[in-house]
Design a protein around this ligand. Structure first.
Ligand code: GLN
Length: 236
């Protein structure tokens, strides 16, 4: 059975472990680089991305995390985990922070504002219904949540949501260096790029297991591919 690692430095890793238990899957808490060798996929939870980055640095985890993501094993970042996986993050004060990267997008770290602007909303996610049939909506729990401002062409958008009217106005610096106020009325909150899944909200804080099952299906897909590659090689 696939072993799912959960990065357990800070944040909602207990909730992800519990969500995995609910669907009968073995989760393993990961705190050290060598532990990544023993897992088939990895969840990077929500929490506080600056603190998580400091702890990841302290445990010398960044090189191993980059290798894991680059090696094609499934990785899911929720909220702060999404920030970790982005190639570029904006809205970070004083000196920036280290990112794992791999996901071709620009994320705004606190797009929806502070703790006080945390909210819940219904999201339309056709991909969830495609996999499981039935309901194509899910409850999105957004806590000091980031959002994705731009994605590369390989990134599939799974969900977006309306920009709340009380969100503080934010300026975005484009790649050409020009500053502009974010003016679209919707913003991206869930994406997939190959082995990477990322959500700006927290499915682990709800009783809905479909996102965890969606991720496990990615895990199964990647194991089938690895097996196929292995059998091709042995039949050479
Ligand atoms: N915006 C937070 C950060 O920068 C993430 C919040 C969350 O994970 N709930 O880390």
């Amino acid at each position: 059975m696939a072993v799912v690692g959960v990065l357990a430095l800070q944040g909602s890793y207990n909730e992800h472990m519990a969500a995995l238990r609910r669907i009968g899957v073995k989760g393993v808490e990961v705190r050290k680089p060598e532990q990544l060798l023993g897992v088939d996929s990895l969840i990077i939870p929500g929490g506080e991305s600056t603190t998580m980055a400091k702890l990841a640095n302290y445990h010398n985890l960044f090189p191993a995390l980059r290798e894991f993501v680059g090696g094609g094993k499934p990785v899911w970042g929720t909220c702060a985990g999404l920030i970790f996986l982005a190639n570029k993050a904006v809205g970070i004060k004083s000196g920036g922070q280290e990112l794992v990267g791999g996901l071709d997008c620009t994320v705004h770290r606190n797009f929806f504002g502070s703790q006080l602007q945390s909210f819940e909303t219904e999201l339309l996610v056709p991909k969830l219904a495609e996999k499981e049939g039935g309901n194509d909506t899910c409850r999105g729990v957004f806590i000091r949540a980031p959002a994705i401002l731009e994605v590369g062409s390989d990134v599939e958008i799974l969900a977006d949501c309306p920009v709340p009217a009380d969100r503080p106005s934010i300026t975005v610096t484009s790649t050409e260096g020009a500053e502009e106020i974010y003016s679209k009325d919707r913003v991206i909150v869930a994406v997939r790029q190959g082995n990477i899944l990322a959500t700006a909200f927290h499915p682990e804080l709800t009783s809905d297991s479909r996102w965890h099952r969606f991720f496990l299906d990615m895990d199964k897909e990647s194991q089938t591919k690895a097996f196929a590659a292995l059998s091709l090689r042995s039949s050479d």
